[in-house]
Design a protein. Structure first.
Length: 210
């Protein structure tokens, strides 16, 4: 495992992930769990944000305290499943801007096809975090990050909930500068390109279209 890949083993993440995988978990609970897990992943992914010292007046006296040093963030979910992670990350960074990249997977080739792209106009001034619950073949993540990089962001990170070894390898090789955060590294991809054991189709389960 290289130093750009972070597999989170926090007990709260692992607990929530168990219920997320359960086929009997309903849409409402599934959606809430995706948001909560995204929140915890974002907490880790923003650990390296720089701080600056400011003076704050407490009810007792002036104190030297810390604030984030002017770094601007943007979250970019890959449509449609990535939308399920947006609320969770915005709870931590409500001032962040949100872009959207639309990709779908061709069922025959398993390759991603772009159909929508709308990023903040000042993406070049921002640290971008790309969101997608599942990192399967890696194709969508690789293409989405390539699209984001055309806007010359300050940096790019990728957040997913479950990754397959094949996708993790492909993404880290295609974009070796991108830090990858996920809650679980699963066994493999099956013949249909789904993660095993995984949790099925994240988009269908988030939006109740299964």
């Amino acid at each position: 495992m290289n130093d750009k890949i972070f597999i989170m083993d926090h007990p709260l993440l692992q607990h929530k992930l168990t219920f997320l995988r359960d086929k009997n978990t309903g849409t409402q609970q599934f959606r809430a769990l995706v948001s909560e897990i995204a929140n915890l992943l974002c907490y880790e992914a923003t650990r390296d944000l720089p701080l600056m010292e400011v003076q704050t007046e407490t009810p007792i006296r002036m104190a030297a305290t810390k604030v984030i040093a002017g770094r601007k963030l943007a979250f970019v979910p890959i449509l449609r499943a990535g939308l399920g992670m947006v609320d969770g990350v915005l709870q931590l960074v409500p001032s962040a801007k949100v872009g959207h990249i639309g990709l779908y997977r061709d069922e025959e080739t398993l390759q991603p096809v772009e159909y929508y792209n709308k990023l903040p106009p000042d993406t070049n001034e921002r640290d971008v975090i790309v969101l997608d619950p599942m990192l399967a073949t890696g194709g969508s993540a690789i293409d989405a990050i390539s699209i984001v990089k055309r806007s010359n962001p300050r940096s790019v990170k990728f957040l997913c909930i479950i990754a397959a070894p094949e996708g993790l390898k492909a993404l880290s090789e295609a974009h070796p500068d991108v830090q990858i955060y996920c809650a679980a590294l699963d066994e493999k991809l099956n013949e249909n390109g789904y993660i095993v054991p995984g949790l099925g189709d994240a988009g269908d389960r988030i939006f109740g279209t299964k």
